[in-house]
Design a protein around this ligand. Structure first.
Ligand code: FE
Ligand code: CA
Length: 554
């Protein structure tokens, strides 16, 4: 695959360049493969980590056997159609979105009546002794029997359990919760950050840990699926080829959602979901396909594929967002407020961005040359002018203790001797980054924390405006997606001046425990991503003060 070849080449160059830097050479070789990337064993990597007891089986939700509290609609189902679990998301102070999907061959059989209606129920207790809200929702064939319910009339800052029923069948039970209403401040807000779950690269032990962590919410930063065809060397395989059609993308989501640990993570708390590139295509930018210069794929043709990918994404995500329209933008950037404790801004760094500069990354000829003139063009954008303004205005107006930005690609400066190693990151959009960071600085807010996905490594960086640290960046690792030559990456980037932590070797997720006085971030890592029952350990803990950006390792 083009991406693999290019990244191998890039990272080989990167490692060689880092070695050159350390030995004082000024010209970086661009073709040397790193032969010094000695493998670190998992045991050695974990030698200093804290082991936590974990269950050896997935904490999958169980099907309730409670007596029904109301009659379920009858549609002729003879087998359990709730095969892909339940999910909730985008909580408000008085409502939350509930999701499920009917699945299985019986949906195409005559005994099942068309457009089945489901009974949904929300209860303040997990036994459904009383019902707080209920109703019916149609699982429409046009949306492959997915359901998005806006469960209204709920109390703020309250935990609930929910389930769906049809005929004699009841779904798994999910737990969810509403947001506290300002000016109430919860004593703490515990949320996970995850991204990048390539099904073929590993199992979802990280999701088992997420499900067991009693979170208030889970923030998902993208790469929920990967669009690639099967990789025979993977620990498990994609079905079908590269995703191009609506059915391709839908089947890929269904495959991922068949994983019991992922189902358990969704059922454990509400999710706040945004996308990155692989929900459509690696490294796409706006309506520009990754390799349009060589493939000849026009923006019109790519926009059509992108719409199908967005539609499948919406069908499978527990989101409050409307169903995507066939043409035009699809606005997913949004914000929500956790009482007076935190404001969460969720970005879309894909749909409005300028194409990557200097012909990269859709150019296999990576070098360590200085960037071309296009790179510093002031008009280039990562978020688009409207979203950029919305974000800075929102931060400036926010009165919460924390401002949290859910961001796709690495924002911190990761250049090497002025060379841009990854034109897909904010490094490739220097004017846009400077506008954002100087805007944060000008807002006077010292409480901005950026959480970032995409890059398959765990890192902590300072975000600077000139010499001043204006925000903290916590880069989560990946749930399962692999890093190529991780030891070489670690060796190379350890030279970056604003880097406080790097772990490229291990997969996992980030646990954030936020209060009025502090932010505690714990990097949870998977000992062996090739095993669904792998142990999970805490690799590093950082704290941030709400009035002083810059994470401190504890
Ligand atoms: Fe990824
Ligand atoms: Ca990505």
């Amino acid at each position: 695959m083009a991406e693999f070849d290019r990244r191998t080449f890039l990272l080989g160059s990167l490692a060689a360049a880092a070695a050159a830097c350390r030995s004082g050479k000024s010209s970086a070789p661009t073709t040397t493969s790193p032969s010094t990337a000695a493998s670190t064993t998992a045991a050695a990597a974990n030698a200093t980590a804290t082991t936590t007891n974990v269950p050896t089986t997935a904490a999958a939700p169980v099907t309730t056997t409670m007596a029904p509290s109301a009659s379920a609609p009858t549609f002729g189902f003879t087998e359990n159609p709730f095969l892909l679990g339940v999910a909730s998301g985008d909580p408000a102070t008085d409502s939350v979105i509930l999701w499920t999907k009917l699945d299985g061959a019986q949906l195409n059989q005559e005994n099942v009546k068309p457009d089945p209606k489901l009974l949904w129920e929300v209860a303040p207790d997990k036994d459904f002794a009383s019902i707080a809200a209920s109703g019916t929702a149609t699982a429409a064939r046009d949306d492959i029997f997915t359901v998005h319910v806006d469960a209204k009339g709920l109390k703020p800052g309250t935990r609930y359990w929910y389930r769906f029923r049809v005929d004699t069948f009841t779904s798994a039970v999910g737990r969810t919760q509403t947001l506290p209403a300002a000016p109430t401040a919860p004593t703490s807000f515990r949320f996970g950050v995850g991204s990048c779950q390539d099904f073929q690269n590993g199992y979802y032990a990280a999701h088992r840990d997420i499900a067991a962590s009693d979170l208030d919410a889970m923030v998902w930063l993208g790469d929920y699926i990967y669009e690639y065809g099967p990789d025979p060397s993977g620990v498990r395989q994609h079905t079908g080829g590269t995703c191009m059609t609506l059915a391709d993308y839908q089947a890929r989501y269904a495959l991922y959602r068949s994983d019991a640990n992922l189902q358990a993570a969704h059922a454990s708390c509400p999710w706040l979901v945004i996308w990155d590139d692989h929900e459509v295509e690696n490294n796409y930018a706006g309506d520009h396909s990754e390799n349009e210069a060589t493939s000849g794929v026009t923006p019109e043709a790519f926009a059509a594929r992108r719409h199908l990918a967005y539609l499948a994404w919406w069908q499978f995500m527990p989101t409050r967002l409307p169903r995507p329209e066939p043409t035009g933008d699809y606005k997913i950037y949004r914000d929500l407020q956790v009482g007076s404790l935190a404001h969460i801004f969720l970005l879309d760094g894909r749909q409005y961005r300028s194409d990557q500069a200097c012909g990269k990354p859709d150019d296999a000829n990576f070098t360590f040359e200085q960037p071309c003139a296009e790179w510093s063009d002031e008009t280039r954008t990562m978020l688009g002018a409207t979203q950029e303004r919305w974000l800075l205005d929102g931060i400036a107006a926010s009165k919460t203790t924390w401002n949290i930005i859910g961001n796709q690609v690495v924002m911190g400066d990761a250049r090497l001797n002025g060379a841009v190693l990854n034109y897909d990151q904010w490094d490739g959009y220097p004017a846009a980054r400077q506008r954002l960071l100087s805007g944060i600085s000008a807002s006077g807010k010292r409480n901005v924390v950026v959480v970032t996905g995409d890059i398959h490594l765990a890192a902590v960086t300072d975000l600077v405006d000139g010499e001043t640290i204006v925000a903290s960046e916590l880069v989560g690792t990946s749930i399962s997606s692999g890093a190529i030559l991780p030891e070489a990456i670690e060796g190379a980037v350890s030279a970056f001046p604003h880097l406080r932590y790097i772990n490229a070797r291990q997969r996992g997720w980030m646990l954030n425990e936020v209060s009025a006085s502090s932010w505690k971030a714990t990097y949870r890592v998977v000992s062996d991503v090739t095993k669904a029952d792998s142990a999970i350990v805490s690799d590093a803990v950082f704290t941030i003060a709400p009035d002083k950006p810059g994470a401190i390792r504890v």
